[in-house]
Design a protein around this ligand. Structure first.
Ligand SMILES: [Zn+2]
Length: 315
């Protein structure tokens, strides 16, 4: 079996204990060696085809009012991060109405994760995802869910406290399940969604509901969307998917059912593929599968037993 997750280890040490101490972020911001990353309206500032990490010396002393600094972590050695090990990264989440941004370092542009991901290194991709998740949360949790008063960022940007009642609010993550369905003959059942091209196939996914286990959600979603009953499930791996705040829990599911029934609401078609059949269909362009940074692809390749070649790959 191949490794189901392309990057099982973190590229950043989040310094979870230290970052909640008063003054921690201020000390990092005062050091000349930290690097700064920017997010604005859900997009990261890039530098060419990489995430832009900027020297504090090249930035204005004061950033736009409402900018939220967040300590992302210290780069760990040996995981392919483009920055030197030990470097502290601070994310600056610019407010929606940040005004004129021409002061930002030149030759750079903001990009969304879906557009940027294919060209990013594993280290950059993981850092982007952390920044995306925390900036999404700051953007939508400016007010207290209890009393509506403003909240302010604390714990180096990892908690928001209500200025009125003092309640503490932490970043939220919504669990979702994603399942590669394997039949008794070892074929995989992939689905085509109405929102996609007609020849795109992927694994089936859905949100975990309140009071439901991940396993219950997986069985329910598969039954609902492709009409197949699973009798066994094996957890494989997970992937943070902060659009806006999901955590995808990946499973391999086993069924003895042969007939699949698309729900005709989300799923247009469901099709069984043998291993050689899927590889041939992808190479010929008859079928398109999810890209290599996705957990869907990891699950499919976990079943396949190795990388699936695409047109243009060197065989
Ligand atoms: Zn409150």
């Amino acid at each position: 079996m191949t490794k189901a997750n392309p990057s099982p280890e973190s590229v950043l040490d989040r310094q979870c204990e230290q970052r909640s101490e008063p003054g921690y972020l201020a000390a990092v911001l005062a050091s000349p060696t930290h690097k700064v990353m920017f997010f604005h309206r859900g997009k990261a500032l890039l530098s060419g085809s990489e995430v832009g990490y900027f020297d504090p010396a090249g930035l204005p002393a004061a950033l736009p009012a409402g900018t939220v600094p967040v300590y992302l972590g210290k780069v760990l050695a040996g995981h392919g991060h483009p920055l030197r090990a030990g470097t502290d990264i601070v994310l600056q989440v610019l407010p929606y109405d940040a005004g004129d941004l021409t002061w930002l370092p030149g030759g750079v542009e903001f990009a969304g994760y879906r557009d940027a991901a294919r060209q990013l290194s594993v280290g950059d991709a993981q850092t982007f995802v952390v920044a995306q998740a925390i900036s999404n949360w700051h953007g939508t949790h400016t007010n207290c869910p209890r009393c509506g008063s403003p909240t302010e960022a604390q714990f180096s940007g990892w908690m928001r406290r209500c200025v009125q009642d003092g309640s503490e609010h932490f970043p939220r993550t919504d669990p979702a399940v994603i399942v590669a369905i394997v039949g008794a003959d070892e074929r995989i059942l992939l689905a085509n969604n109405f929102q996609w091209e007609e020849n795109r196939y992927s694994t089936v996914a859905g949100f975990v509901e309140a009071g439901e286990s991940a396993e219950e959600a997986a069985v329910r979603e598969i039954q609902e969307e492709v009409g197949v009953h699973m009798h066994a499930l094996e957890y494989s791996s997970s992937q943070a998917w902060p659009f806006p705040r999901s955590l995808m829990l990946g499973f391999i599911g086993y069924t003895t059912d042969v007939a699949a029934t698309p729900d005709n609401v989300e799923v247009r078609a469901a099709r069984w593929f043998g291993r050689e059949e899927l590889q041939a269909a992808v190479l010929s362009g008859e079928a398109i599968i999810s890209h290599r940074l996705s957990i869907a692809r990891s699950l499919i390749e976990h079943w396949y037993g190795g990388p699936i070649l695409e047109p243009g790959d060197n065989a």
